[in-house]
Design a protein around this ligand. Structure first.
Ligand code: MN
Length: 315
């Protein structure tokens, strides 16, 4: 049966509803990374491409596995973004073309700034048997997108207690605590763990748009009951968010000023034009020095997929 709604794209309807109600849930999709590791992908989604400069969000685990069968992502390139890895359980070895080799452990962040180009591997140690992590990408603004690549490891983030919720400030500033993680846009990232059944009020910056992603457990915001299948998108203009969390519920809140330039997100690249993406793909395929070499990896570099006919920049 056809009606007015079905003739609109899902995205347009989502945007209308978001403006009308201030918040709308998105259902995550399943995807596969590395060698058959299943993850839930929250960003980009058809309804919402970015939250501020946050342009990609994968939730991996929690999962237990046999030692030696953990995540193994071979050498692959990035441009125009920062990869932000938040480890919750388990560990992972990062190696990149700048020569960094860094094990990331629970409650730590790895931040890799690709800028004009870098390549890396992500491999679970052979003795590892569990994984729970979130990987986000941050689009670099126009004046930083071609910056020199860089890698930073943050072993300790600020933690604070408020309303029986443990907050870890991953990026930006929250409840007076400031993260040391260096980003290039106005952004927020906060990890929340409810230590009891709680009701809490999150202060928001009205200039920011936000998304709340449940990692484990359940929470309620207004009429929206959410679990780890959902991400709640929150429009700009709100001062606060009232949250009811069941005991043990674990979530992350991300936010930022809506990103200024439309971007193309293709494979592991963030660019502004199709030409820029095509050139990076070609240079990766040719083994160009732009992406360097990652040492100590047994196996093949990841092959870039074929390009679609036409790519359009969007926010
Ligand atoms: Mn990567």
């Amino acid at each position: 049966m056809s009606n007015n709604n079905s003739s609109k794209s899902t995205t347009a309807q989502f945007e209308q509803d978001l403006i009308k109600t201030g918040m709308q849930p998105i259902t995550l999709r399943q995807a596969e990374i590395g060698r058959g590791t299943q993850i839930k992908r929250a960003l980009p989604s058809r309804q919402k491409r970015m939250i501020g400069a946050w342009c990609f969000l994968d939730h991996a685990g929690p999962v237990d596995f046999t030692a030696g069968e953990g995540l193994d992502v071979g050498p692959h390139p990035h441009i125009g973004l920062q990869t932000f890895t938040w480890m919750i359980k388990g560990s992972m070895m990062h190696r990149d073309s700048l020569g960094y080799a860094q094990l990331i452990q629970p409650k730590q962040v790895n931040l890799m700034t690709a800028g004009r180009g870098i390549s890396h591997t992500e491999v679970a140690p052979v003795t590892e048997t569990q994984m729970h992590s979130v990987q986000l990408w941050i689009a670099l603004p126009d004046d930083k997108k071609d910056m020199q690549p860089q890698f930073d490891h943050y072993p300790k983030l600020p933690i604070l207690q408020h309303d029986q919720v443990e907050y870890t400030v991953l990026v930006g500033e929250f409840l007076g605590e400031k993260s040391p993680v260096q980003v290039h846009s106005e952004l927020l990232g906060v990890d929340l763990v409810a230590q009891a059944q709680v009701k809490t009020l999150l202060p928001l910056n009205p200039n920011f748009e936000y998304a709340l992603l449940v990692l484990e457990g359940e929470l309620r915001v207004g009429e929206h009951q959410l679990n780890n299948e959902h991400m709640l998108v929150v429009n700009t203009g709100l001062q606060q968010l009232e949250l009811e969390m069941s005991a043990g519920t674990h979530a992350i809140l991300i936010g930022g000023v809506p990103f200024e330039s439309p971007v193309i997100l293709w494979w592991n690249f963030v660019g502004r034009t199709q030409e820029e993406i095509e050139q990076a793909r070609e240079q990766w395929l040719q083994g160009d020095a732009r992406f360097g070499e990652v040492a100590d990896y047994q196996g093949e570099r990841l092959a870039a997929p074929p390009l679609p006919d036409r790519m359009r920049a969007s926010k």
